[in-house]
Design a protein around this ligand. Structure first.
Ligand SMILES: CC(C)(COP(=O)(O)OP(=O)(O)OC[C@H]1O[C@@H](n2cnc3c(N)ncnc32)[C@H](O)[C@@H]1OP(=O)(O)O)[C@@H](O)C(=O)NCCC(=O)NCCS
Length: 150
């Protein structure tokens, strides 16, 4: 599997992966394209044998990196792909002298919460009824350097 910067041709696969999951913001192809205009935005694709199996978008807003969206093809869950994507994010973050990674996640998204906790994220706040369907958000933060994860 390779992790690389996303290109336009990947966006349709990202949208297909989003559709497999509920409760995601669901960016369109146009939304992914728009990110290209943002110099702080990075979108990564995970490609396995020519097939797009996951993506990650984040904004590098030194000293923080903000994760906007991550999703893995349901046929490839629990294969360590999100872990690989986050490791790549950490490489970008270190090079850009960012020190922490932040995100918001639905409070009822148990797989994502487990994943983020394993990656060293801790809850530092909440936003009740943050999402369009009134779902609650948890605000989480992790150090960029994994050796600083307690
Ligand atoms: C959350 C998500 C990105 C994790 O991707 P993944 O590639 O399956 O994660 P990994 O294989 O790297 O998992 C790493 C660890 O996270 C935890 N984890 C991941 N999925 C889990 C689940 N369903 N239940 C419990 N723990 C889970 C485990 O500790 C796992 O390690 P293990 O498999 O050795 O036990 C994936 O479930 C997903 O795409 N969900 C839908 C989209 C989403 O909710 N995105 C987050 C909000 S933007």
């Amino acid at each position: 599997m390779i992790i690389r910067r996303a290109v336009k041709e990947d966006y349709i696969s990202f949208v297909e992966i989003e559709k497999q999951h509920t409760g995601l913001p669901c960016w369109s192809v146009a939304a992914f394209s728009k990110e290209e205009e943002n110099p702080y935005s990075v979108t990564l694709a995970a490609e396995k044998e020519g097939r797009i199996v996951a993506f990650l978008n984040f904004h590098m807003l030194r000293p923080e990196v903000e994760i906007n969206l991550i999703a893995v093809d349901r046929n490839f869950l629990r294969c360590g792909i999100a872990t690989r994507l986050l490791a790549k994010l950490r490489e970008y973050a270190k090079k850009s002298l960012c020190t922490s990674v932040i995100l918001d996640v639905r409070a009822d998204n148990a797989p994502a919460l487990e994943f983020y906790k394993k990656e060293g994220f801790r809850v530092e706040g909440s936003r009740p009824k943050f999402y369009n369907d009134n779902g609650d958000a948890l605000l989480m933060r992790a150090p960029v350097r994994k050796e600083n994860v307690l």
